[in-house]
Design a binder for this molecule. Structure first.
Ligand code: SF4
Length: 334
């Protein structure tokens, strides 16, 4: 693969091999003026992930530019790992994956297959994806991507070029997040990028505080009818579909409840299994998966048959999202 292509996909093993072959010590990457540009792009990657939610757009007019882009990636990863925040790891992984998706759509079929192989995504030459990897990586919460809406034959699903690129986006995101989770950055990183690491931590903290202030104290009394119904069903041991559990947990997480508080609410269920439930909660809240899922809108909840229309009240008729309901109810209670 030529170096310009690798600059677009700096997480691929061939790009890592380029870095390895250059035989540069971490010390040099962090301090040598030759890598100043790589450090700048690395900072930019991280800032763009935080502020824009997608990285990229850095000029690649020469081989040196391409090389600096490749080097900027391990630098950015070290900064992200130093920040040490699960939400930010997830956000950065998603930002890199989104950028890759933009490029992947314009690549050849062979290239997509090569990327799929590296990510251990089972795709055959006819762009048929094995359903196990489909369930693992496809954005199946969107109606269009529901398994029932896809042509499935003997365990394989036919995708078009763009669909495969989209599945690869998620596979990239999952891979990058796992790598970041296991990464132990050199302590020197915190010194060299102290300013950036501190600024990002402050921004994340301010966002959390702002969101908490907006939501007020987490309170079951402010839950909209759909969430009250789901919670009651779980607490009485009724059969709640996965999408219902997902809806409720992502909502409780968004209003500021932590894993222990959510576990406390679920503990009333007669078939309560603490460890299994903990794993499910941590998956949805991003501690295991790296993706901090946002709660679904009223439209999705209605599509899934989880909105109790007979219990909708005046606030329900004003909102499009259960979080808006919760905020309005909080203001009224104040
Ligand atoms: S209208 Fe929205 S907030 Fe109200 S119960 Fe239905 S889904 Fe929940």
């Amino acid at each position: 693969m030529d170096i310009y292509v690798l600059a677009r996909y700096p997480f691929l093993s061939e790009a890592k091999e380029v870095v390895r072959r250059e035989n540069v010590r971490t010390e040099e990457i962090l301090h040598d003026p030759i890598y100043e540009r790589a450090r700048d792009i690395g900072r930019q990657r991280v800032t763009d992930a935080l502020e824009e939610g997608v990285v990229g757009g850095y000029p690649v007019a020469s081989e040196t530019d391409a090389l600096m882009n490749i080097f900027s990636y391990p630098i950015a990863r070290m900064i992200v790992a130093s920040v040490g925040h699960p939400y930010f790891r997830g956000r950065y992984a998603l930002a890199e994956a989104k950028r890759a998706y933009e490029f992947l759509q314009g690549e050849s079929r062979d290239f997509l297959l090569q990327v799929a192989r590296e990510l251990e995504v089972a795709v055959d030459d006819d762009l048929r994806l094995h359903f196990a990897d489909y369930l693992r990586h496809a954005p199946t919460r969107s109606q269009r991507w529901k398994l029932v809406n896809m042509p499935l034959s003997q365990g394989w699903l036919s995708l078009d070029h763009r669909e495969l690129a989209r599945v690869l986006q998620n596979a990239i995101q999952h891979r990058l997040f796992e790598e970041l989770r296991d990464m132990r950055p050199p302590s020197e990183i915190s010194n060299v990028f102290r300013e950036e690491v501190t600024a990002i931590r402050n921004t994340l903290q301010q966002r959390e505080m702002r969101e908490k202030a907006e939501m007020g104290e987490a309170s079951v009394a402010k839950l909209p009818p759909c969430m009250r119904m789901l919670l009651a069903a779980i607490q009485t041991g009724a059969n709640v579909p996965h999408v219902g559990r997902f809806t409720l947990v992502s909502f409780l997480n968004a209003i500021g409840m932590d894993t222990e508080e959510i576990l406390g609410l679920f503990a009333a269920s007669p078939d309560f299994d603490r460890e299994r439930t903990r794993y499910q909660i941590e998956h949805i809240t991003g501690k295991v998966s790296g993706t901090d899922y946002t709660p679904p809108s009223c439209a999705s909840i209605k599509t899934w048959g989880l909105c109790p229309t007979d219990k909708m009240d005046a606030i329900c008729r004003r909102v499009n999202h259960p979080l808006s309901y919760y905020r309005i109810k909080g203001r009224r209670r104040k």
